[in-house]
Design a protein around this ligand. Structure first.
Ligand SMILES: Nc1ncnc2c1ncn2[C@@H]1O[C@H](COP(=O)(O)OP(=O)(O)OP(=O)(O)O)[C@@H](O)[C@H]1O
Ligand SMILES: [Mg+2]
Length: 404
């Protein structure tokens, strides 16, 4: 068989770095014009995928057509057959590349892919459903991988996926963030001109690839507060307090350690084994290191037997019963602490992410309900809110005997 040469553009440094660091699910959050789509086409013709079907997904038909034209031209040397109507290329290597727009209701029905590429993922209005119902199932047969390429659009589901990529507990996910200037072909004078003419928020999002906070967030000035250095054990002469949110089904146990005098979160333990002994051991182990004056622990379903056991063992546990009212009280107090710059926290990506994503919803009764948006966790937020609530109440001696 004759050798075929396919000449793809030589990867830019950032593209090369990402290819090198890739995992199974890759969330590539990059400024405009930096070369996202070019990287996507590069990922369509790789040694790992050339003998397999690959699916390309764009948010709209118009965007699909533009990419199709480019891909068709670049991949021409290895194309054996082409259907313009179906936007489908068959390669001489046996592989297939199919292009879909996610505004098509029959998108990718019955297909299986070795890789899917989702261009401008943040622009897909129901990305979470697209991922769960359309994209993820196509990867099951070949244990395929996924590439989400986009410039951000607020704190939507693309951002949630990007967070997963930053979370060391989500080992299949990786994520990156780079500005437009990562592409050396874009003149710096153009970037300066855009900085001068665009509103700051727009420049931050489109060029710097910042996830710009929405106005509806519950916690403000979170990033300003995230400057505390973590410590492993308590310091002599200081008082500590724990907040504990016990993991239930499919979420995390989080223990946060607050330094009472400095009003700072200084240590956090987060794990998702819900085995009773593991939870107890980790709590005891942390207790030995910090000797907290109080442990505020959530008392619901999982919490109750654990709390009784801890109290029997002589640990200073205050049970906290979560209802909409008590939760609101604790979250409001924490939110005010951020607003006033009274609290310091660790610069932990999972914690900061949960705080930024935390939302409120107005109930028909007129009250608010707080929580993580769909697909997100709020265990770190709850654990911190419990610790903060405890720290605010240790000053009042009567509270010690009171049960919440
Ligand atoms: N590896 C590369 N080698 C040469 N040129 C490149 C490379 N990657 C990107 N470019 C060029 O940079 C420009 C932007 O690339 P591309 O369209 O892939 O970026 P993008 O991030 O998808 O942009 P947009 O935000 O508009 O969708 C194009 O002119 C493209 O040809
Ligand atoms: Mg593009």
């Amino acid at each position: 068989m004759p050798t075929l040469t396919l000449t793809l553009p030589k990867r830019l440094d950032w593209q090369q770095q990402i290819v090198r660091e890739a995992r199974r699910f890759n969330v590539v959050n990059i400024g405009r014009r930096a070369g996202k789509t070019t990287l996507g086409i590069d990922r369509c013709a790789t040694r790992e995928t050339l003998g397999y079907p690959v699916g390309w997904f764009s948010p709209t038909y118009r965007m699909l057509i533009e990419v199709w034209r480019n891909a068709e031209r670049i991949l021409e040397p290895i194309t054996a057959r082409k259907s313009v109507q179906d936007h489908r290329l068959e390669f001489v290597t046996g592989g297939v590349l199919e292009f879909w727009s996610l505004d098509d209701p029959n998108v990718a029905r019955g297909r299986k892919y070795k890789r899917v590429i989702i261009d401008e993922a943040a622009m897909i209005p129901s990305l979470q459903d697209a991922w769960n119902y359309v994209l993820r199932p196509t990867l099951a047969d070949y244990k395929g991988d996924a590439w989400f390429l986009s410039t951000p659009k607020g704190l939507n589901f693309f951002w949630q996926m990007w967070q997963w990529g930053q979370d060391s507990a989500m080992s299949e996910w990786a994520s990156w963030k780079m500005p437009t200037t990562a592409n050396p072909l874009i003149p710096l004078s153009e970037v300066d001109a855009m900085r001068a003419s665009m509103p700051e928020r727009v420049f931050a999002q489109e060029i710097l690839a910042d996830f710009v906070e929405d106005a509806a967030g519950v916690f403000r000035r979170v990033r300003d507060a995230a400057t505390v250095e973590s410590i492993d054990r308590g310091k002599v002469g200081e008082q500590y307090l724990f907040g504990v949110d016990f993991g239930k089904h499919e979420d995390f146990t989080v223990i946060t350690v607050v330094d009472v005098r400095h009003k700072a979160l200084v240590c956090m333990d987060r794990f998702n084994q819900i085995d009773y002994h593991i939870q107890m051991n980790r709590l005891h182990e942390l207790y030995q290191r910090f000797k907290p004056v109080v442990i505020v622990a959530e008392r619901n379903s999982m919490g109750d037997p654990l709390i009784e056991q801890l109290q029997r063992q002589g640990l200073p546990v205050w049970p906290f019963t979560t209802t909409n009212a008590t939760k609101t009280e604790a979250i409001d107090a924490l939110s005010l602490a951020f607003e006033r710059g009274e609290i310091g926290i660790l610069n932990d990506p999972v914690l900061v992410g949960e705080l930024l994503a935390y939302t409120m919803e107005r109930l028909p009764s007129g009250n608010f309900r707080y929580g993580a948006p769909d697909g997100g966790h709020d265990d770190c937020v709850m654990s911190l809110a419990l610790a903060w609530w405890g720290a605010s109440n240790t000053q009042r001696p009567r509270a010690r005997s009171k049960e919440y």
